[in-house]
Ligand binder design. Structure first.
Ligand SMILES: [Zn+2]
Length: 280
């Protein structure tokens, strides 16, 4: 019976079962589906089970029960820990879906678990993804790809080599809010549309503002910081090679202020990070 099998089943084996109906153990035919996902968080259910919240490639945010996962003999082992990228088979249940198979694609939880700063930043990324993809079952391919790319960059480096974890986080946050429809204005004035370059930034108004429009409390921003933010938002890692510490720090403060404003209530885990105070 396919869905009672050993979890070390090969990807080829799972592919053969793809898109089919599996015979369930109790109540006849149980519809199943297969997807890839990043585990966002888990919580306990009953004595031995967990509910796993994931961001998947095809089904957006999903929640499913992993039965017996808290037993030492669980067939899932550590495959369903937060940050893990897994290939899943899920049976559609009447109330909650059930994970029937899980194969690890990338165990990001291992390197992150050994580095407190990276772990905390990974947590910010995961919480942001969960906030931005609020509805379950709505496909959110770009958010999924950004989160996966972000975890990859955080653990094994970017397409242009390793970067500091804070830089990876800032790029992820900018791109994730942009995909969600809240990109900051990094060229024209956020209020009147006058073309730049501008040297004031207002998180409340949505990005750069001209001298006439800048509200009290806007942050002064260096032009090279604007250029660096544009590179981060465009995923242009090569252009971030030579960035100096002061520029990265100023940008980081602006990103935090902007993203927190956009997410209104702020990200819980952001408080645990040491951030510069841009005086916004
Ligand atoms: Zn203006």
């Amino acid at each position: 019976m396919p869905n009672s099998g050993d979890a070390s089943v090969t990807r080829a084996g799972m592919a053969r079962q793809r898109a089919g109906l599996l015979v369930g153990s109790d109540n006849g035919e149980v519809p199943t589906y297969r997807d890839e996902a990043v585990v966002l968080r888990t919580h306990k259910l009953g004595e031995a089970d967990r509910i796993i919240t994931m961001l998947s490639r095809e089904h957006g945010k999903i929640r499913a029960v992993a039965k017996g996962v808290r037993r030492t003999t669980s067939k899932f082992g550590a495959r369903l820990e937060p940050f893990t990228h897994v290939d899943l088979q899920i049976a559609t249940g009447r109330t909650l879906d059930i994970v029937t198979q899980a194969v690890t694609l990338h165990a990001y939880s291992e390197p992150l678990g050994q580095d407190y700063q990276r772990y905390t930043i990974g947590q910010v990324m995961i919480e942001t993804a969960e906030r931005l993809v609020s509805e379950e079952g709505q496909p959110s391919l770009r958010q999924y790809q950004l989160l996966l790319g972000g975890l990859q960059a955080l653990t094994t480096g970017t397409s242009d080599g390793p970067r500091p974890p804070g830089m990876v986080m800032d790029a992820y946050l900018l791109r994730a809010v942009a995909v969600a429809g809240y990109a900051p204005n990094l060229a024209d004035c956020s209020r009147c549309g006058e073309s730049g370059p501008h040297e004031d930034f207002s998180p409340v108004l949505g990005g750069l503002v001209c001298r006439n429009c800048r509200p009290p409390g806007s942050a002064r921003v260096e032009l090279r910081t604007v250029g660096y933010l544009v590179a981060l938002m465009g995923g242009d890692w090569a252009a971030t090679r030579e960035v100096d510490e002061a520029t990265a720090r100023q940008a980081s403060g602006l990103v935090a202020a902007f993203v927190n404003w956009q997410l209104e209530r702020g990200l819980r885990s952001m408080r645990y990070l040491e951030r510069p105070r841009p005086g916004l």
